[in-house]
Design a protein around this ligand. Structure first.
Ligand SMILES: NC(=O)c1ccc[n+]([C@@H]2O[C@H](COP(=O)([O-])OP(=O)(O)OC[C@H]3O[C@@H](n4cnc5c(N)ncnc54)[C@H](OP(=O)(O)O)[C@@H]3O)[C@@H](O)[C@H]2O)c1
Length: 212
């Protein structure tokens, strides 16, 4: 596949690029700077682009088989920029005639019990609430894009750099936690799940949670 990867310079994005390349896919990696450190592969091209601009997304997406996003708000950005990014991405894909999108979302909107989402629990850290709320709003926008084959793929409650085991579980709309109630996934295994989803399309049209 020829994949346009938005947010390729980020912590998750760089790992998505590495996983795609290791499976023989070609990757055009977008960030505002146009620079992605640490990837030296003939199948990879780094380009500059602004994911809040539908015209730029359309121009960049043209000719690709699919778009993957690991976009996140920068440290100085208002988290609400996530909704601008998803709107511009959806519009850009439409203009480019590309209909497949796998979006790295948030775990905050996942269900943890009857009528309770993770973001509503007492344990949810206050400092992550604005970005979690913005990610939930982004999901609402994506959910309405029924002309696209989209998947909103959420990490576990905790995601960190770690080991690539190739093992993970998924659940639709529900937080994935282990028998001790811990919800965790390494970034390396999250990107395995993301590339598996791009290749299989098993989770099209769903808010898919990942974890062990
Ligand atoms: N448990 C959870 O739910 C959980 C945990 C961690 C992360 N996440 C989500 O996963 C996503 C990725 O996280 P991360 O930690 O990998 O983020 P990150 O390291 O901050 O990377 C964000 C990426 O987005 C790019 N970017 C930002 N604004 C852009 C714009 N306007 N146009 C083009 N590119 C832009 C950045 O590059 P430039 O700055 O160079 O443009 C960078 O490549 C985020 O949405 C985050 O909320 C969820």
């Amino acid at each position: 596949m020829d994949v346009l990867l938005l947010g390729a310079s980020g912590r998750i994005g760089r790992r998505v690029a590495t996983e795609l390349l290791s499976r023989g896919h070609s990757v055009t990696g977008v960030s505002r700077s146009g620079t992605v450190d640490g990837i030296d592969d003939g199948g990879f091209v780094a380009v500059a682009g602004d994911a809040t601009d539908p015209d730029q997304v359309a121009r960049l997406a043209a000719g690709h088989d699919a778009v993957a996003s690991a976009l996140g708000p920068g440290e100085d950005d208002d988290p609400a920029v996530l909704t601008e990014m998803i709107e511009a991405t959806i519009e850009g894909l439409r203009r480019a005639g590309v209909d497949r999108l796998v979006w790295t979302g948030g775990a905050g909107g996942l269900s943890v019990g009857p009528d309770t989402r993770l973001v509503e629990t007492e344990e949810f850290p206050d400092k992550w609430e604005p970005v979690a709320r913005a990610a939930i709003d982004a999901y609402g926008i994506l959910e309405a894009a029924d002309d696209l084959r989209w998947t909103y793929l959420a990490p576990a409650a905790l995601i960190e750099p770690g080991e690539r085991t190739g093992e993970y579980r998924t659940a639709e709309g529900e937080l994935v936690a282990d028998e001790d109630g811990d919800s965790y996934i390494s970034m390396e295994d999250f990107v395995v799940a993301l590339v598996d989803e791009l290749e299989s399309g098993d989770g099209i049209g769903s808010y898919l949670a990942t974890g062990y």
